[in-house]
Design a protein around this ligand. Structure first.
Ligand code: NGO
Length: 549
């Protein structure tokens, strides 16, 4: 029995609990007519400035200036201090020119510049903002975003987008006004790692879909994207010296559908697109399990020297395990990892390591020591799944917990010995789970880890997932989107939204701001924005979605 079937036993009780909870909440909403403050309820409100704190994820500190308003106007400009600030200014101008229809020229910024518009300043921000934080100040004449690093400016831009009226997400020019409420924000993340995972192996998605998902993630300050390039059902990245991986291994997907692969040029384009938006791509090379597609592509990778049939099943292939003691396995991994590392500016290579139950511990340790050495040789750090902590040297390792309760002892020991732990608990953070038994409708959505409504995606504490892990060992959170049952952009977006912003907030916002009642109001205010941007999302019935959602 595989590990996912084992946890299924918990579902019926949980299902009942959720059903009762949702009846209660629906009933209370049906009789209320008040709408959440801050959420536009009429067309006029939709043109108004958003309250300064109405941002997801919640900022660290917000000081509104009640009577002050900035207006972006046709003669406004975007000012930047040069270099990376100018790059980010370009990004911002690109986002604002279409909906406003304004020219928004870029202008250099010096201490004597009389700013009439938006200014991006690199350097001189409060030290508390760190590598990713920013300060945002809104006066009657200017919006100023100041950060010590490029990433901070990008995060400030993500905030500013949410402070403009929701129509800023329109795909065509719309009439102003474009007000921003006055005041100041100081903001920085709780965790350095706020990840998403997109599985392009079970079903292949074109470059345009991946770029679109990156745009969606960037709204909520997600900063890592684990691109799950390899699994039993498909090999999705062209490796020069191993052409069959994509010719054969990339030819299919779950159910025999949606094969395909990225060339290295495609991959580099995705990496660059993400980097521009503040997202670091992590390529994932699974192993020693989940490698059926490679074993079907090359006879010599198999212990018996015979290529396997392609695998198109739904769950993990029982035959997808690399031949751990065969020398060619490591020639293969060296070339795959080497070529991916050369195309990846980010620090991590994800080495998989999940669902290895049944493989002898000595073999696993041998495998991880070889793979770790290869990753280090190419100047990168390993990111594994929690099971790999039995074999990875803890110092310098990062691993993602996906099933609290499975191998907790390994996680606790490694965390106390210096490993960084990312929390992506399936019962809260797996975006491929359905919201409820009917949503999304069949055949989209998994349910082995239970149903995940928006509150369940939001109400969890990373530090409480595995007892004995010191809070300082937690590096962040991640929201995986596996695609056994998702095969269109629309499926991806409706699974991710509005739950992804919930997990993004768990990763970014101070624990002290964690409050479902306040979050659900801010989250619902995202509805008109996502609608205007034509991002698919589920109008979850427990939220009071405002006009335009
Ligand atoms: C598990 C499994 C994946 C599945 C996913 C489906 C991990 C880390 N391994 O998560 O292969 O796609 O569940 O929810």
């Amino acid at each position: 029995m595989d590990i996912r079937t084992l946890v299924l036993g918990r579902s019926p009780r949980r299902r009942l609990k959720l059903a009762v909870a949702s009846i209660t909440v629906t009933a209370s909403i049906a009789f209320t007519t008040t709408t959440a403050s801050g959420a536009p309820t009429t067309i006029d409100d939709a043109n108004a400035a958003a309250p300064l704190g109405n941002v997801v994820p919640a900022p660290v500190s917000v000081q509104p200036a009640a009577d002050v308003r900035f207006y972006l106007k046709s003669d406004s400009a975007i000012y930047a201090t040069g270099g990376a600030a100018t790059d980010v200014a370009n990004l911002l101008a690109g986002l604002l020119r279409t909906p406003t229809g304004y020219g928004l020229p870029l202008k250099p910024l010096s201490p004597s510049t009389d700013v009439r518009g938006i200014a991006l300043m690199l350097g001189g921000a409060d030290a508390s903002t760190g590598a990713e934080g920013y300060q945002l100040k809104v006066t009657g004449t200017a919006v100023t975003i100041r950060a010590n690093q490029r990433q901070g400016l990008i995060n400030g831009v993500a905030t500013l987008r949410q402070l403009l009226p929701a129509k800023v997400d329109s795909q065509n020019a719309v009439a102003g006004p474009w007000p921003v409420q006055g005041g100041q924000i100081l903001d920085y993340p709780r965790y350095a790692y706020r990840g998403a995972l997109l599985d392009v192996a079970r079903h292949f998605f074109p470059v345009s879909t991946v770029k679109r998902y990156i745009d969606d993630l960037a709204r909520y300050k997600i900063n890592y994207l684990n691109l799950h390039l390899i699994d039993d059902q498909g090999w999705r990245i062209q490796i020069g010296s191993w052409p069959n991986l994509t010719e054969i291994g990339g030819s299919t997907g779950v159910g025999g559908m949606m094969g395909g692969y990225y060339t290295m040029a495609d991959y580099k384009a995705i990496v660059a697109y993400a980097a521009q938006r503040g997202i670091t791509v992590i390529p994932e090379v699974e192993g020693p399990a989940h490698e059926h597609a490679a074993l079907a592509s090359y006879a010599e990778l198999n212990c018996d020297g015979v290529a396997k049939e392609l695998y198109v099943g739904y769950t993990v292939s029982p035959d997808g395990i690399l031949c751990i003691r065969k020398a060619v396995t490591y020639t293969f991994l060296d070339q795959v990892i080497g070529q991916l590392a050369a195309a990846t500016p980010g620090p991590y290579i994800a080495v998989g390591g999940d669902e290895t139950q049944g493989i002898p511990q000595a073999d696993l340790q041998y495998y991880y020591s070889r793979v770790t050495a290869i990753v280090a040789k190419y100047g990168k750090k390993v990111l594994g799944w929690q099971e790999s902590l039995g074999g990875l040297a803890p110092a310098g390792a990062t691993a993602t917990v996906w099933m609290p309760g499975l191998s907790d002892d390994l996680v606790v020991t490694a965390a106390n010995a210096g490993a960084k732990i990312i929390m992506a608990p399936a019962p809260h953070a797996y975006l491929d789970m359905k919201y409820d038994p009917e949503t999304p409708s069949f055949p989209v959505g998994n349910s082995w880890a239970g149903f995940i409504d928006v509150q369940t995606a939001y109400d969890w504490r990373p530090e409480a997932m595995v007892a004995g892990v010191p809070p300082s060992a937690i590096g962040g959170v991640a929201a995986p989107l596996w695609t056994e049952t998702a095969f269109a952009l629309d499926h991806l977006e409706n699974l991710a939204f509005p739950r992804l912003p919930a997990i993004a907030e768990v990763g970014w916002s101070p624990a002290a701001t964690h409050n479902w009642d306040s979050f659900k109001v801010r989250l619902a205010a995202q509805g008109p924005r996502l609608r205007a941007a034509r991002v698919g999302y589920y109008l979850h019935p427990t939220l009071q979605w405002p006009w335009g959602s």
